[in-house]
Every structure is written in structure tokens, then in C-alpha cells.
Design a protein around this ligand. Sequence first.
Ligand SMILES: [Zn+2]
Length: 291
Amino acid sequence: MGKAVRMISSDGTLTAMAVDSADIVESAREIHRTSSVITAALGRLLTGASMMGAVLKNEDDSVTLRINGGGPAGSLIAVSDSLGNVKGYAECPDVQLPLNSKGKLDVGSAVGTDGTLTVMKDLGMKEPYLGQIPIVSGEIAQDITSYFALSEQTPTVCALGVLVDKRTGSVITAGGFIIQLLPTALDDTIDRVEECVKDIQPVTTMLGEGLTPEEICRKVLRGFDLELLDEFSPVYRCDCSKERVSRALITLGKEELLEIAQDEKTEISCHFCNRKYYFTPDEIRALADSK
Ligand SMILES: [Zn+2]
């Protein structure tokens, strides 16, 4: 189970969230058998999505992040519900790349920089909210920061990190934080925040030292008096069902479904959790006839 907090400064000028997402990222790694660099890339995207989902207002709201920068990873997708529970996948989960010049997993090269980050929020309206920005670095935290600046006009600091065991590939620590200025921010608030985050340790280092998400918020924003708004425990969760898969199949259209019904058995796996669903020819024909 992940651990997350949302905090607000007592002067009402900013909010801060932080999450320990090691369990979530390890679940994703086990499901998708990701290589180390994709564990880091998908893990960062899931961690960011979880924090962005947890601020949604209504229970049925959701947010989807999709990043594709033309790199070998292909598209990476993460979906969060309003409690920060997430699911996701990478189109190419087994990409291997040499470490970058800093000796770190080269997430930027895996994702690529020639493409977009798309954020879709389903808020129960007729049309979902859609925001799209060009990728800045493919390192994901910077891209999410840029999304908030360009699409939501919200000054944001975002840090995300995943530390992978070099030998086994399993997740040692993972997490992140998002600091956002509120419209009530004072002229000097942004300067104070920039001063705070200038020499901040990587989030994986703070988690490795045993800091909780709340302690990370307080450490990063030293000098601000922070109050706890809420705590939550996000998990990796897929909400697929045979009914949902059926609805997706119906969108293929009658002609294609009748074609599929020729097969003795149809197997569909869920992209997010690899659960398999089986359909008989009769079931497929019934879908072809439904509206
Ligand atoms: Zn699923």
C-alpha cells in the first residue's frame, strides 16, 4: 500500500502533496515485467498520476496521463481515480538502455522528447477535460511541471523518483511530491519556494532515509508552517471486468465482431493488469447484435 499526504501552508498560499509509491511501482513491475528503465519511467508516471488523481473532487472522477516522445518505450499511460489508486502500462515494457551520463536510468531517452504529454480528466461532464503540452525532457517530473504551468496556469514544483535494485530489478524506493501555489500566493511565495527546492535531496534519498511523506513535505518546505489536509493509501488497482471488456469489443463494430466470432475462442487480455477474458463465438455474436 502507498502512503500519501496533502498539506496546506497555514498562510493559505500553497499546497504540498507527497507520496511513497514503492508498493505501487513494484506491483506495476511485477505485472508488466518491466526492465529497470521502464520501471523508473512508468513508476514516475504512476506516482505523478496518483497525486493528480487524489485532488479530484468527485468519487467517479479520473485522470489519465499519456506520454509519447518517440523513444523506444512507445506510449506510457497511467490512470488514477480520485483516491490516488492507479494503473498503467508501457507499450514496450522491456526496453534496455545504458545509464545516462550521470549514471542514472535514462528515462528521458526511453521516453524521448519528440512528442506530447496529454492529460485527460474525466470529471463526469459530457466531454472530458483535455490538456496537451510538448514534452520538455521526457524525464516526466519536468513534463508534469510544464503541463501545470501551460495548461492549468498553476506554478508547480514536481519531483518524482524511482530507485531500482541494480541486481534484481526490484523497486527499493519510489515516490514524489508536488508543490503548488494557490491564487492567494504572495509576491514572495514563489521566491521562497524556489529557495527551498534549490538544494533539495532526491526524493528517493529522503525515502531511503526513512522519511514519511509528511516529513518530506516539511523538509522540502522548511520555513513554511504546514497543516495536514488529508492522508490516503493509494494502491495499484485495475477495475477491469468482463462487462467493460465487452463494451470495448462492441466499439469494434458488427462486421469485425462477426469476423472474430469465426474463432473457436477469443482471448482478450487487459493492458493494465494482464487479466485474461475469454469469449465464446456465441458471446461475440451477441455483442455484434447489441447496440
Ligand atoms: Zn485489468
